[in-house]
Design a protein around this ligand. Structure first.
Ligand code: ZN
Length: 91
């Protein structure tokens, strides 16, 4: 969706049909390797993406919890050193 100006404010129409126009500050930036993709912003506003994520979590909390655990071990090595990571059982 392209950038739409309303009252001299740059914004976008959210991909969620129930949502409508919102200023660009309500959208996360969309980048690939530091370069803007498309118009540079996500198709859905922050509120809609948060709601989408929450719905995904609610539908399958166990899978998402495992994913979150795995990524924390990969990303921050210090995490496993300072705190006990739930995925690594203490032997
Ligand atoms: Zn929205």
């Amino acid at each position: 969706m392209a950038i739409v100006y309303q009252n001299d404010t740059a914004g976008k129409i959210c991909a969620n049909p129930d949502c409508g126009w919102k200023p660009l500050t309500e959208f996360h930036r969309r980048r690939l390797l530091g370069i803007s993709v498309g118009d540079g912003y996500k198709a859905r506003c922050k509120d809609c993406l948060n709601a989408q994520d929450r719905a995904k979590w609610a539908s399958d909390p166990e899978t998402h919890r495992q994913k979150a655990t795995r990524s924390c071990c990969k990303k921050t090595r210090s995490y496993s050193r300072t705190k006990t990571c739930p995925s690594k059982s203490t032997s």
